[in-house]
Design a protein around this ligand. Structure first.
Ligand code: FE2
Length: 279
């Protein structure tokens, strides 16, 4: 799937953009299914989040329970001071996560792709295991910022292997909150580790290397249909979306089965729902 030059670019920069990887029909099917999931979502289900002093606890429980299920999450700016949605539910959801690739047939069809398996192999994953899927809406006007981070923080393996497959479902531009990354930043150390023990989560500081800024980061603007692959140690960030158009994207996170997957990672699988590859 990849030329020698593309593989060299990935090694040098820590990311690679592959335009026209997914067809308009594949994108339309995924977008339609995501809209159905949001439509079926009852916003009162996690309502405790906004109504009681149990806020943080309920919010954490809703998140942790999404590890091997399909749940919707609101944009932080979706609610007014009284706790009511400021706009229609369909324009209020931040993301859907985190197991659609295994539990939903339409998402599975999009994610189980022989070309994706080939790309993963060529990027160095001997045996890919796909732990997580996210559908990210980056809603017009209120699409939230995602602070600088490395995805290895959330998928710790020894050695580092997590690789992100990020699909642009709409054009991603500087205006609507495209990702930014620091070319070559994947050679910097892992700064943080997110751990889970039962229902207790923690973000451990591992290294004091500062995050990149505008002087070294570049926008990963790309057209709908593009696949952006990036290394688990690549620092990346996305700005709030203050534009009038959304910036839908879909991501998959895969590690190599020939590495040691930390038992403290927040997503674990068992025999009831074993982790699978791209096929
Ligand atoms: Fe990320």
């Amino acid at each position: 799937m990849l030329t020698a030059a593309q593989q060299q670019d990935y090694q040098r920069d820590g990311y690679l953009i592959l335009p026209d990887f997914k067809s308009p029909a594949e994108i339309a099917a995924l977008r339609e299914r995501a809209a159905q999931i949001v439509d079926a979502f009852d916003p009162s289900a996690p309502a405790g989040i906004f109504s009681t002093r149990e806020q943080q606890h309920n919010s954490d429980a809703w998140f942790l329970g999404s590890d091997n299920s399909i749940r919707c999450f609101f944009e932080e700016e979706a609610f007014d001071a009284q706790g009511h949605l400021k706009q229609d539910k369909s324009l209020s959801i931040n993301k859907i996560g985190h197991a659609m690739h295994d539990l939903d047939p339409v998402f599975r069809a999009f994610s189980a792709d022989a070309r994706l398996a080939a790309v993963a192999r060529e990027l160095g994953l001997r045996e890919a295991q796909v732990w997580q899927s996210m559908y990210i809406f980056k809603q017009p006007g209120i699409g939230g910022e995602v602070r600088w981070h490395q995805d290895a923080t959330y998928f710790d393996t020894d050695p580092v292997s997590v690789t992100t497959f990020w699909f642009a479902l709409e054009d991603a531009t500087v205006d609507n909150g495209c990702m930014w990354a620091e070319p070559g930043g994947h050679r910097s150390p892992m700064r943080e580790r997110f751990t889970r023990h039962g229902n207790a989560v923690a973000l451990e500081k591992l290294d004091g290397t500062p995050w990149p800024d505008d002087s070294t980061a570049v926008p990963l603007a790309c057209k709908a249909g593009s696949l952006v692959c990036f290394h688990g140690l690549l620092p990346h960030y996305s700005a709030p979306n203050r534009s009038a158009v959304s910036r839908h994207a879909y991501t998959l996170h895969a590690t190599d089965a020939h590495t040691a997957y930390s038992p403290a990672n927040w997503i674990q699988r068992d025999a009831a729902l074993p982790v699978r590859g791209f096929l």
